[in-house]
Design a protein around this ligand. Structure first.
Ligand SMILES: Cc1cc2nc3c(=O)[nH]c(=O)nc-3n(C[C@H](O)[C@H](O)[C@H](O)COP(=O)(O)O)c2cc1C
Length: 192
């Protein structure tokens, strides 16, 4: 059983990454394999709306000038997917939006089988406001992809500004640890 996580912040060890690690630690305790992919700051482009994925039906994006197909393959192969994003102007980071649009469209173009039934969890960091929108944007993607979503004791977010501030956010830490436990439980119930 494997979970792939994407850090959508360009800060490789910022609050989003550290929050994801809290979730991954709980998954590892339950014997679940994990992989963290640094997405933020990578060269990824938006969807071209060329429609070629609907013609080719090969589970891949026709756009070949970035690493998106590697990320799509990682999602296809995983049982669970974590998408972490900082809050940028009340929204997901640009890289996370590109991942959602292109992976989501490729999945739909191929009948939806690529993501259906996988377990998905959002991880959000925010200084002050806008995290609910980011949480929603990621969960809208999981929902329309027919994935299943574990809950936690609070919405999956940390109030943090400078890298590492998450470690001072006791409730945030608790929320991510509970999310990890619940995600592991759901994975075992649905993917074993
Ligand atoms: C371009 C940009 C836009 C941001 N927009 C918001 C915002 O809308 N609301 C907010 O509370 N924090 C905002 N922040 C702060 C980040 O969400 C916050 O510092 C977060 O912890 C960063 O996560 P990271 O350490 O993983 O990069 C913004 C930061 C940047 C760089």
């Amino acid at each position: 059983m494997k979970v792939v996580a994407f850090n959508g912040s360009p800060r490789a060890n910022g609050n989003t990454a550290q929050s994801i690690q809290l979730v991954l630690a709980e998954l590892k305790k339950e014997g679940i394999e994990t992989e963290l992919i640094q997405l933020g700051g990578r060269k990824v482009f938006g969807c071209l709306a060329c429609g070629k994925c609907w013609e080719n039906k090969d589970n891949r994006c026709a756009r070949q000038d970035d690493e998106m197909n590697t990320f799509i393959r990682k999602m296809q192969e995983a049982d669970g997917i974590i998408i972490g994003s900082p809050t940028y102007f009340s929204n997901v980071s640009t890289e996370v939006k590109a991942l959602i649009d292109r992976c989501g469209f490729v999945s739909k173009a191929n009948g939806g089988e690529m993501l259906r039934g996988k377990v998905g969890a959002a991880v959000v960091s925010v200084r002050r406001a806008g995290s609910n929108f980011v949480y929603s944007a990621i969960n809208f993607f999981f929902g329309v992809a027919e994935m299943v979503i574990p809950g936690s004791s609070y919405w999956n977010m940390t109030l943090a500004l400078e890298p590492g501030d998450v470690q001072k956010d006791e409730e945030g830490i608790q929320t991510f640890q509970t999310l990890g436990k619940n995600m592991a439980k759901l994975l075992k119930q649905t993917r074993a």
